[in-house]
Write a protein that binds this ligand. Structure first.
Ligand SMILES: [Zn+2]
Length: 673
């Protein structure tokens, strides 16, 4: 099995006589794969049906001479000017009804039939041309699907496709009217052709229409990708197909999108200038990496890993010495088996001329090149041992794009955000070095000792049954505020007190609630079985007012008219336990809950470490590897069982990890014993 380290390379941006130097420098750095071609439609096809692959053939052959393989990106994220001139209705229309212009990228409507014809012609020609090229190891479809599509496309073609999608789902217009409650504000439809795309209106749209629109848009992107997957699979069945996802980005359902791929890939820019300085918090990056591994329960590629400051109009921070190695090892620790850095040399022109690569504008290797060269040499032997062995957690977070979309449509509190709440729960386990997977509703919960399911706003009988069955058989389940409020069509349920049928399992009833706008509601943790009971904290964004049935309280509100009523509860049900968190507690109370859950579910922690220093395990064939990753800029001590030995043999200060450092500890693997 080869271990791949590589870069995103754009030979078309550079003079032909530079290519040889680039290839040599890549080879000397230990790189053996490039991704090429993903924005080069105008070079591949300067006029309809006039194909020019010779420049890429030459680059592939030259790189192969230096032991470097190629993964080809299909360039459909940037349709050229001649296509837009010929078929201008390919340009997308925003929610104001305004058609967007040519320029930038993804100036395309993904339902447009003519656009799809152009894609079919180009991708078929590319697949035919490269099917027997032994230096081509696979394909990436398009680029970051869903990105650059902020309010998606609301053109006539998309509206028509939406109507067809609704017809398939609801069967008859009468049924749609009933399910959406269109009697409200005289929105009854006589026929599907009357239903709009959710363009700007004088007031809010029907929430049921908005949720179906989000689902439709996600399905459209999945279908758009599948067009290309099917072409490549039919012509080059031996070459794997992937797509570069973006962590917890939420425009498209990644479980669905990844289901058509051989493996998932991810793009990560930890200092991305769009994050609050100094960049993305470490727990959030870890959550993104665990999520990408989880969408296929399979190790993944990093297709774009930051290798220099990011930038457009503004420029992010320069990666500090050690950070490029840290990011590389961080990705590997969470299940990435291949690292491709973005990009080789910083481009002189175009939108991304300050989105820096490994080499600076002048092409002379410097500090970043040297650091990555050393990192590649260090990690190749480790990857040979661990490649393909998938990290598996004992606990999981249930992740749902449906819940995210429904909460986004009606967040209740202006700051309530589904993904932020997921990240808070993730962080409370991350801080304790307890690994987590993410699961979708369709997966088997029984594989996990603990399932955390935040904000299960939309509910149906099948999910209720699945959750109850899981607990009955011995699982530990955490449900939170606003569970069971609506049915799947985004309509409130009115036949039982909240949280509906799940109230029996949870041993509670919710007859009242409060959106505490502008209030700080006090909380007190009183739960037993933890080190330090009696902790105080605050509740935020929402307060369900709980009436206890059989459940036992673990925390109480200590202010407002619901003072001294329970805020966190637990109930035994069958062989398991069901927890209810009636608010969004602060970090302190969530930490108390995580401690209790660790004990109750018998979860293994990988050890204790200071804040922003994480311990992450990868199992190998010969050895296991424990990565102690210090995301801070100063040295930190970790507590690690002495059966683990430093991989580099260092005995002095064996348990001190330098600023932006990663120590790797090993022991013989279970398999090797
Ligand atoms: Zn459209």
């Amino acid at each position: 099995m080869s271990v791949f380290f590589g870069v995103d390379y754009y030979p078309e941006h550079w003079a032909r006589d530079r290519w040889e130097t680039d290839a040599k420098l890549m080879q000397e750095m230990g790189l053996n794969i490039v991704r090429m071609g993903e924005f080069s439609w105008a070079k591949f096809e300067p006029g309809e049906g006039e194909f020019h692959f010779e420049w890429l053939d030459e680059a592939i052959a030259l790189l192969a001479g230096h032991g470097i393989k190629t993964l080809i990106g299909t360039p459909t994220a940037a349709p050229p000017a001649w296509i837009i001139e010929k078929d201008p209705d390919i340009l997308p229309v925003d929610s104001q009804g305004q058609q967007k212009g040519f320029g930038g990228r993804h100036h395309d409507c993904q339902s447009n039939v003519k656009y799809r014809e152009h894609i079919r012609r180009l991708v078929t020609a590319m697949a035919e041309h490269y099917k027997d090229n032994e230096n081509v190891v696979g394909w990436q479809i398009d680029n970051e699907l869903g990105n650059s599509h902020e309010d998606l496309c609301m053109c006539d073609s998309c509206r028509h496709a939406f109507q067809q999608w609704l017809k398939k789902k609801y069967g008859s217009i009468e049924n749609l009217n009933k399910e959406w409650g269109t009697v409200f504000w005289s929105q009854d439809y006589d026929k599907f052709s009357q239903i709009p795309a959710p363009k700007v209106t004088p007031t809010m749209h029907n929430p049921s229409l908005l949720l179906d629109w989000k689902r439709f848009c996600s399905d459209l992107v999945v279908d758009f990708q599948k067009l290309q997957v099917d072409i490549i699979k039919s012509i080059c069945p031996h070459q794997p197909v992937t797509h570069n996802l973006m962590g917890l980005y939420d425009k498209t359902d990644y479980f669905d999108l990844a289901s058509d791929l051989d493996f998932a890939s991810n793009d990560q820019y930890p200092t991305g200038y769009y994050f609050t300085p100094p960049g993305q918090p470490s727990y959030e990056i870890s959550a993104c990496l665990d999520f990408i591994r989880s969408v296929k329960k399979k190790n993944f590629w990093m297709m774009e890993l930051e290798s220099g400051p990011t930038g457009g109009a503004f420029i992010g921070r320069m990666p500090r010495p050690g950070q490029l190695r840290l990011w590389t090892l961080h990705c590997i620790a969470h299940g990435s088996d291949t690292i491709v850095y973005f990009r080789w040399r910083t481009c002189l022109f175009g939108t991304e001329q300050f989105w820096h690569g490994i080499l600076p504008h002048n092409g002379v290797p410097g500090r970043r090149y040297q650091e990555l060269k050393d990192t590649v040499a260090e990690m190749v032997p480790v990857l040979k041992d661990i490649q393909g062995i998938v990290p598996k957690a004992e606990a999981a977070i249930l992740f749902s794009y449906d819940q995210n979309n429904a909460i986004k449509i009606q967040p209740h509190h202006p700051e309530l955000d589904y993904i932020e709440q997921v990240k808070k729960y993730y962080d409370s386990f991350y801080e304790r070095n307890i690994p987590l997977d993410f699961i979708s509703e369709t997966e088997d919960f029984q594989d996990y000792k603990l399932v955390i399911a935040p904000l299960q706003f939309l509910m149906d009988a099948a999910l209720e049954d699945k959750l109850m069955e899981y607990v009955k058989k011995g699982g530990r389940l955490v449900l939170t505020m606003r569970t069971g409020v609506k049915n799947r069509n985004n309509v409130c349920m009115g036949d039982m007190p909240l949280p509906g049928r799940l109230g029996g399992m949870l041993g509670i009833k919710i007859e009242d609630y409060d959106c505490p706008l502008g209030l700080t509601v006090k909380l007190e943790w009183t739960g037993t079985g933890i080190k330090d009971p009696g902790q105080e904290g605050v509740a935020d964004k929402w307060c369900d007012i709980v009436t206890l049935g059989d459940a036992k309280p673990l925390a109480f509100y200590r202010s407002e008219y619901y003072k001294d009523t329970p805020a966190v509860t637990v109930n035994s049900y069958g062989a398991g336990k069901a927890y209810y968190v009636a608010t969004e507690p602060d970090k302190h109370i969530l930490g108390q809950l995580a401690e209790l859950l660790r004990e109750e579910a018998g979860l293994e922690s990988l050890g204790e470490s200071p804040k922003d220093v994480e311990l992450t395990l990868r199992k190998g064939r010969a050895r296991d590897y424990l990565f102690a990753i210090n995301h801070t800029d100063c040295g930190q001590e970790v507590r690690i069982d002495r059966m683990w030995k430093r991989l580099d043999g260092c005995r002095e200060n064996a348990f001190v990890v330098g600023g932006y450092g990663v120590n790797i500890y090993t022991r013989q693997s279970d398999a090797g014993q």
